[in-house]
Write a protein that binds this ligand. Structure first.
Ligand code: C5P
Length: 312
């Protein structure tokens, strides 16, 4: 008897950091963070197929035209492979199936695209393999896969602590409008953290709290939020990539309330007063930057889009 083909589709959002406070490195080399994450409407989609015609395990990746495909990990070394191996091992089985990832989130862009893929893989494969893992198990596996992966599961707006893997949802009832300007060439997250250490050798072991950002968020006023946006990795990112300062200036000159580097960069983000303002800023930026995307947040974390037995 042959198994019927089954298909599961999961979608996971990009993350931005409205606030990113970084402390001096810990003994394990990771930096303590106080961060406010937001999931925005820029997505990677993951389709997982099982059935007799997919007896082994394969991962294929397709990317949007603006995504730097050269920065993708080699076949077999994708974070999706690691997520599958971790989930399978937890349940005492081996990974099976065919996974296709369609990436709209830039690679090595400071938007946690890899973390989104890992979260989507956990959700999709848990359904495909009919494991029914408790949420706590998925979150533990997520934290082992990367600092941002638990947030990719949770989504919305959330306070992140520890190395970023401890996530507490924050009430955020507004819709915030962003313009996202990816860079043609990615930036290495470890390199940006190392440069932070070089620039700030006296950094405190405790990152500064996010109180002002959280208060601004509660006002639902983009002008207030714009003032409170903060990223401790912006200085090292701009030092490594001085071209980004020009991008930030251009977006603000085009009418954005505030520009900032996303996470460890090099993607630049612009908070705008409304959807119409974001569309106008993106249009103006496209005169110089081929890609300027309009996105809104918060949006939900990784979840299933469909789960179906393929047709006859
Ligand atoms: O946790 P993740 O694998 O995403 O981290 C990638 C790299 O980013 C780490 O190896 C480390 O160099 C740096 N990092 C850090 N402190 C954090 C998160 C990441 O130094 N809190």
């Amino acid at each position: 008897m042959t198994d019927p083909p089954r298909v599961v589709v999961a979608r996971a959002a990009a993350k931005i950091n409205l606030y990113l406070g970084v402390g001096a490195p810990r003994a394990d080399g990771f930096h303590p963070l106080t961060t406010v994450y937001q999931a925005i409407s820029l997505y990677d989609d993951l389709t997982a197929r099982a059935g007799s015609e997919h007896p082994g395990w394969t991962v294929a990746v397709r990317v949007a035209p603006y995504v730097d495909a050269a920065a993708l990990p080699a076949a077999g070394e994708n974070i999706v492979d690691r997520a599958a191996a971790a989930l399978a091992a937890h349940h005492g089985r081996v990974p099976t199936g065919r996974v296709e990832v369609v990436k709209q989130i830039p690679v090595a862009g400071g938007l946690a695209g890899g973390s989104a893929d890992a979260a989507a893989a956990l959700v999709a494969l848990d359904a495909l393999w009919e494991l029914g893992s408790p949420v706590d198990v998925l979150r533990e596996l997520a934290a082992d896969l990367g600092s941002d992966v638990p947030f990719a599961l949770v989504g919305g707006t959330a306070l992140g602590t520890g190395r970023g893997e401890r996530v507490d949802p924050v009430v955020d009832s507004a819709t915030w409008w962003w313009v996202v300007v990816p860079s043609a060439v990615g930036l290495s997250t470890p390199a940006v953290y190392r440069h932070f250490d070089a620039l700030f050798p006296q950094a405190s072991s405790t990152p500064a709290p996010a109180d002002e950002l959280l208060a601004a968020l509660a006002t639902r006023d983009p002008v207030r939020l714009a003032v409170a946006l903060h990223n401790d990795l912006q200085a090292p990112a701009l030092d490594l990539r001085p071209d980004l300062a020009v991008v930030l200036e251009r977006g603000e000159a085009a009418g954005a309330l505030r520009g900032l580097v996303s996470g460890s960069g090099p993607t630049c983000l612009f908070l705008c007063a409304s959807e119409a303002a974001a569309v106008a800023v993106a249009a103006e930026l496209r005169a110089v930057h081929p890609v300027a995307l309009v996105a809104h947040g918060p949006v939900p974390g990784a979840g299933l889009v469909t789960s179906a037995v393929a047709g006859p």
